[in-house]
Design a protein. Structure first.
Length: 231
């Protein structure tokens, strides 16, 4: 294994293999790995250098029941020692089946109960607006089935009406929602005033462009389509 400073995307599979014992949620984690890597590698200003900076960007993993990819990226980016990945989920480990913001450096919220992340991100951006903070950006990662939660629908409507440009939602779509979204997930958001982009969730260049192209005066949704769960 290379040193933490030298870790790259190609090291992530080996890091994730160290997180054994929760095979039930492997698909949930593997569906998110490319999105989380692109965000931490080339989009968001988050790292060991600025965890205490109130003007840093924020990443909120609302889909917290499959955190293995998240932990692996944190280790690759120097926010966690790679050895912390060993023995995760045990009594002695600070890495649980759901991330704990009081224990995991870089975890902004304690997540796992679906439907919480987007409302928290909305409140965070509203707080920035109230205090005049225009620099930081909040990106919330949700799963497509998580959009069935009513709290998300309320947040989608409200954020669109207020034009919260600092808020981005990335929906990792692995077709796990029971009924799906007639007309597409992107359209669910754009009807409420969001800017929307749908891309291949494994294409790093497409993801980077979707996250970084301007969307003035509107919150942004990026739908990252990946292979169907169980395929």
């Amino acid at each position: 294994m290379t040193t933490t400073a030298e870790l790259t995307y190609t090291d992530l599979p080996a890091l994730m293999r160290r997180l054994a014992g929760d095979e039930k949620h492997n698909a949930a984690a593997e569906s998110t790995v490319d999105v989380i890597w692109v965000l931490y590698d080339s989009v968001l200003d988050i790292g060991p250098h600025n965890l205490d900076d109130p003007d840093r960007d924020r990443f909120l993993l609302s889909k917290g029941h499959g955190p293995m990819a998240f932990y692996a990226v944190l280790a690759a980016k120097g926010l966690l020692p790679p050895e912390d990945l060993d023995g995760w989920g045990t009594f002695e480990s600070r890495l649980g089946g759901h991330p704990d913001r009081t224990l995991v450096p870089g975890a902004e919220i304690s997540s796992g109960s679906l439907g919480h992340g987007l409302p928290i991100g909305l409140g965070l951006v509203l707080g920035w607006r109230a205090t005049g903070r225009t620099g930081p950006r909040a990106v919330v990662l949700v799963g497509d089935a998580e959009l069935d939660e009513g709290s998300n629908n309320e947040a989608i409507e409200y954020a669109g009406r207020l034009g919260l440009e600092q808020l981005t939602v990335v929906v990792v779509d692995n077709s796990s929602s029971t009924y799906g979204w007639p007309g597409g997930i992107e359209r669910r958001f754009t009807l409420e005033g969001w800017a929307g982009r749908t891309v291949d969730g494994r294409d790093h260049d497409a993801l980077h462009s979707a996250f970084t192209e301007p969307h003035p005066g509107r919150p942004l949704v990026v739908v990252a389509s990946v292979e169907k769960k169980g395929a």
